[in-house]
Design a binder for this molecule. Structure first.
Ligand SMILES: Nc1ncnc2c1ncn2[C@@H]1O[C@H](COP(=O)(O)OP(=O)(O)OP(=O)(O)O)[C@@H](O)[C@H]1O
Length: 489
């Protein structure tokens, strides 16, 4: 049994590469100009109900399990939907990870949660043994460009993404964009639209993560006046609004399970029926979706519909984290300084020490965090040169406490209770520390009060939902609010 006809995924997807085997995608290592290395891996089932089955794949993450979304699909009933994952993108080696399977994953009789493995390792799952074997390395071309739309990057990982986007953009293919927060998923969706023949038609964003459950269906399908409480006028849904153009389903993994068949129906039939209406309206929409979650794992765990997954993932692009593409850090930082100069009329450069600090950061918040860091530093810099102190990095551990005590009444006297350390800092830096802390506390309380409902929270705060979402993202509070909201629903 092989699943080599499965839709390929990840950067370097071979679907468009005639010279590569189907199912092949890439893992990149430092490479000569114009090409990147792929490592093709072979898995062979050596015992169990599927004995003899084997696959050859070359993609950054390979999964094994019973669901059809896996690269190696097993029929063994003691194996979980998505049982285990093998990651080739980790610089430290080939990482095997059990995906919280019911019956566990073992090597040499020892149950493991995570382990680095070598070719030749036998992995046991359920009643099945799978031999992990190495295979040959091949090369695929990289884009000659260092940007695609507003997306910049010169690393092989980004050039590989650009090469895929250049080919996919002019088509009507559905694209699923994966990757951590702040890696540029929304920018990819916009660029795909801008570079397509639909560019003069609408680009509509539907953030599935912040849609209140009771309004989600109407947001997708639209509604007729009076069809439910609050439906005060006829309204088109996202598909109608995007007609002729592109609909970007952001955080699609957060879409409630019971709504997923409705979305699938619209995608299959290319028509919508507004809530409360019998009329059917034709729509011509290209769908691009994004998620920071592992959708294949969600499918395996029954949290996301398999048919919808395949419908949305005709092509999959995984955005590499910034920590894996050090070459891009200074390029992006300089781009953000150019943007700053254009907007504020002030040209700044990074001094050598500041560059070294940037290169040593782990960038957990990815490009968004880098952008915020550079913008803040540009505002704080006292000369035309940005110094390490302006970057405010490495302060997290030793960050000054804002208040020594928050006791009632003590705040009446201006500044009473503020840490002495703040007074020792330059004014702008101190103010930023205080404002950051205030914003975090304010929005934490607001989200708790409104049950993480962004629409209600923005109304209470007197700001737009879009602005609230941007603020929460900047403060690193966006995802947690979504997760909580999901639990509430
Ligand atoms: N390659 C890039 N070049 C230039 N700017 C980038 C790049 N990647 C991300 N950015 C900038 O970083 C910020 C975050 O990007 P974006 O919102 O697209 O990320 P995301 O992956 O969609 O994040 P989230 O999952 O949190 O919604 C934006 O301001 C965007 O313009």
């Amino acid at each position: 049994m092989t699943n080599s006809t499965k839709e390929p995924q990840g950067p370097g997807i071979s679907r468009l590469e005639d010279d590569l085997d189907p199912g092949m995608t890439t893992t990149f290592f430092s490479a000569p100009h114009g090409h990147t290395q792929l490592r093709r891996v072979m898995l062979r089932v050596t015992s169990g109900p599927d004995k003899g089955a084997q696959i050859q794949v070359a993609r950054p993450r390979i999964t094994v399990g019973r669901s059809a979304v896996n690269d190696l699909v097993l029929t063994d009933t003691s194996v979980s939907g998505t049982h285990l994952q093998i990651s080739l993108g980790d610089k430290r080696g080939i990482l095997l990870r059990d995906l919280e399977s019911t019956n566990g994953t073992s090597i040499g009789g020892y149950r493991i949660r995570e382990a680095y493995i070598e070719p030749g390792t036998t992995i046991s799952l359920g009643k099945t043994d799978v031999s992990f074997m190495s295979a040959d390395e091949i090369e695929i071309p990289l884009s000659g460009q260092d940007h695609f739309g507003a997306l910049w990057g010169a690393s092989p990982a980004m050039r590989e993404v650009f090469a895929i986007l250049e080919k996919v953009a002019p088509t009507d293919m559905s694209v699923m964009i994966g990757g951590d927060t702040g890696t540029g998923k929304e920018l990819v969706a916009r660029a795909l639209h801008d570079e397509s023949k639909r560019s003069d038609k609408p680009f509509v964003v539907l953030d599935c993560g912040s849609l209140p459950r009771e309004l989600a269906e109407a947001a997708i399908l639209g509604h007729k006046k009076g069809s439910f409480t609050g439906a005060i006028s006829d309204r088109p849904g996202a598909f109608e609004e995007a007609d002729g153009g592109t609909l970007f389903l952001d955080e699609v993994g957060e879409l409630p399970l019971d709504l997923q068949p409705k979305l699938l129906r619209v995608l299959d039939r290319r028509e919508v029926q507004r809530i409360g209406e019998s009329q059917v309206r034709k729509v011509n929409v290209r769908v691009v979706a994004a998620t920071h979650r592992d959708l294949r794992q969600m499918v395996g765990q029954g949290q996301f519909r398999e048919d919808l997954y395949f419908r949305l993932s005709v092509m999959t692009v995984d955005m590499p984290p910034l920590r894996d593409r050090g070459e891009d850090i200074l390029l992006l930082a300089n781009k953000f300084l150019e943007d700053f100069a254009r907007i504020h009329g002030r040209s700044l450069v990074l001094n050598d020490e500041a560059k070294a600090v940037l290169l040593s950061e782990p960038w957990r918040g990815n490009v968004r965090q880098l952008k915020n860091t550079i913008e803040r530093a540009a505002h704080l810099a006292r000369s035309t040169s940005i110094e390490p102190a302006d970057l405010h990095l490495g302060r997290r551990e030793g960050r000054p406490a804002i208040a020594k005590t928050q006791a009632e009444g003590e705040q009446k006297e201006a500044g009473k209770g503020l840490s002495e350390e703040l007074y020792a800092m330059p004014f702008k830096e101190a103010k930023q520390v205080v404002v950051d802390d205030f914003e975090r506390a304010y929005f934490a309380r607001l989200l708790a009060k409104t049950g993480n409902n962004l629409s209600r929270a923005s109304a209470e705060a007197g700001i737009t939902r879009y602005y609230l979402r941007e603020l929460l993202k900047r403060l690193g509070m966006h995802k947690s609010s979504k997760k909580k909201a999901e639990g509430d629903n």
